[in-house]
Design a protein around this ligand. Structure first.
Ligand code: NZQ
Ligand code: ZN
Length: 388
């Protein structure tokens, strides 16, 4: 296990606490609120009106229309509104919370918000407004981490920023995710599963704490995602996915590992150039990445075989390479069973025009230190393998 420091001050309110506590929590930071949300989902399911009613008497300015894969122009619009605010309240999925994080970070910065997305040291020097959020989709874990992923379509860029603080308070009520459609439930579950894979495939010695927690969370996601898809108002399914999502990406399960998030680096290029849904891109890339790793490094077969046994309940008998292959096949079947298209053409990516450039950018993000080091050629090979 590697040395690590871990500090995570987010105050979590999991369950039916919004009506009783939202106003009190927001008032703790002040009366001037910037309310940030996405498209129509919170208006359609009544959450918008509920929040407005609960915050009666507060001075609220609104920023609506944060898009999936949030764009820097929306962040810039938010920064203008945030300057005299006491607190930012984000109501939505990861895109809304990510945009709100950067808005809160850039509120008192004199330059352009994009500077803070690309320059992590500069971002750390900012005084961030307090951020409160209400999560409406189980996926990213943004509610308990400092990450924010922002796109700039003018340069085909999607970049992971690091804000000075995670949200101060996050409300997680799984009932709010009953209205998440099946396709987004699948994408969110895939994202959770990918976060776990990125930290599980790690070469630091003997980190059984990490491995054990991750295997438990993987079992949770693989069990409950199909239930939530088939029965959207299953509170058990929604609650397990929601808490698994938070824990998968809060930094805790990855503490002491050397993880380098290969599939995320490759997927962020897909969303940057083609604006695809993050979890959908991960569903295609993850099994291809696994296959590439097994095909290029036989020493990894043992860990894949353990993953197959602990997560997919595969028997421990037989040749280790075959067991590793069965684990990858089981992963593929689970993803396919969630309703995903399993090739890039199925999500509208029909040519290879941008692959070389995307591969170069993805590889430059530290993949030379990944679980299996990947150069630009290797990443390009994985994109190509995702075509059929
Ligand atoms: O915009 P609205 O109308 O709210 O609709 C959203 C959106 O269309 C809808 N939705 C959300 N909650 C709903 C709902 N529809 C019905 N009922 C509800 N309760 O779902 C759609 C997708 O929302 P989005 O916020 O984009 O999804 P997600 O939470 O998966 O966030 C994805 C973004 O987060 C980034 C991704 O790259 C992507 O940009 N990530 C952020 C991370 C982080 N901060 O730690 C880590 C992740 O790896 C990821 O990269
Ligand atoms: Zn992700």
């Amino acid at each position: 296990m590697k040395d690590f420091t871990y500090y995570n001050p987010t105050d979590i309110r999991f369950g039916d606490y919004i009506d009783a506590q939202l106003a009190k929590v927001v008032a703790h930071f002040g009366q001037k609120v910037l309310l940030v949300y996405g498209g129509h989902s919170i208006k359609k399911n009544g959450l918008y009106q509920r929040v407005i009613d609960l915050l009666k008497g507060f001075d609220i300015v609104e920023l609506a229309g944060i898009e999936p894969n949030p764009k820097i122009d929306s962040v810039r619009a938010g920064v203008k509104l945030a300057q005299d605010r006491d607190v930012v309240l984000a109501v939505g999925g990861g895109s809304v919370i990510d945009a709100a994080k950067v808005i809160a970070t850039a509120a008192h910065y004199d330059g352009d918000a994009w500077d803070l997305v690309v320059d992590r040291d500069l971002a750390q020097k900012q005084t961030m407004l307090p951020l409160v959020d209400i999560v409406t989709l189980a996926a990213t874990g943004s509610e308990m981490n400092v990450n924010a992923v922002i796109s700039d379509p003018s340069q085909n860029a999607k970049v992971g920023a690091r804000c000075p603080n995670p949200p101060a308070v996050s409300f997680l009520d799984p009932r709010l995710t009953f209205t998440v459609p099946a396709s987004q439930t699948a994408a969110g579950s895939m994202d959770i599963f990918s976060h776990l894979c990125e930290q599980y495939f790690d070469r630091s010695d003997s980190n059984d704490v990490s491995k054990g927690m991750i295997e438990g969370l993987m079992q949770t996601v693989t069990r409950w995602a199909p239930v939530a898809i088939n029965k959207p108002d299953s509170l058990d399914a929604r609650a397990n996915l929601m808490w698994a999502a938070t824990n998968a990406c809060s930094g805790l399960v990855g503490a002491g590992t050397e993880s380098r998030w290969s599939c995320h680096a490759m997927e962020h290029q897909l969303s940057a150039v083609y604006d695809v849904t993050h979890g959908v891109g991960l569903g295609i890339l993850t099994p291809r990445w696994m296959q590439y790793v097994l095909d290029h490094d036989e020493s990894t077969a043992k860990l894949f075989a353990r993953f197959g046994h602990r997560v997919w309940d595969l028997p421990v008998l037989g040749n280790v390479h075959n067991r590793a292959q069965e684990a990858i096949d089981a992963t593929w079947s689970w993803i396919f069973g969630l309703g995903f298209g399993m090739t890039l053409p199925e999500i509208g990516i029909k040519d290879e025009a941008h692959f070389a450039e995307m591969a170069k950018t993805a590889a430059a993000g530290g993949l030379d230190h990944a679980y299996l080091p990947l150069d630009a050629q290797a990443v390009e090979d994985i994109y190509r393998a995702s075509i059929t």
